[in-house]
Design a protein around this ligand. Structure first.
Ligand SMILES: [Zn+2]
Length: 140
């Protein structure tokens, strides 16, 4: 019930939550994971996975293992509106290299793992070397 209310509030722009949890008994496939939701797989009372689409723009479904016997392992808690909090942070090892926390449905980016389109403007130190190389190239 809380999740339905949260979805409505989010639609109306009254709730800023990038992810809402949806609990399912079994993980089906990546296509079943919608944008803006965290699929919480709980099979027979045992937490298995938390799956959601990468917020960095690549769209890859990130499966986090909730199995206490496996490493790495994450834990998910949801508030009454179904807004998930995931601990510890998530650090993508693919080309995206996203690093972020999920707190009450919000994506909190870490300084070392922001997606390019969200990175800062002209003071973005990582982009400066590339621009210098380009200038040298034109002058040669
Ligand atoms: Zn990504």
């Amino acid at each position: 019930m809380g999740t339905l209310l949260a979805r409505l509030l989010r639609k109306l722009g009254l709730l800023r939550s990038e992810l809402l949890a949806r609990t399912v008994p079994q993980y089906l496939n990546t296509a079943s994971v919608q944008d803006g939701e965290l699929v919480h797989v709980v099979d027979g009372g045992i937490e298995k996975w938390a799956c959601f689409r990468c917020p960095g723009g690549c769209g890859t479904v990130i499966p986090l293992s909730l199995n206490p016997k496996r490493r790495p392992r994450w834990s998910v808690t949801s508030d009454w509106l179904g807004r998930p909090t995931v601990t510890p942070s998530v650090h993508q090892t693919n080309a995206c290299a996203c690093h972020f926390h999920i707190r009450r449905g919000r994506i909190d980016w870490c300084e070392d793992g922001r997606p390019p389109e969200r990175a800062g403007g002209s003071d973005d130190g990582q982009r400066v070397p590339g621009m210098r190389v380009a200038r040298r190239g034109r002058m040669a």
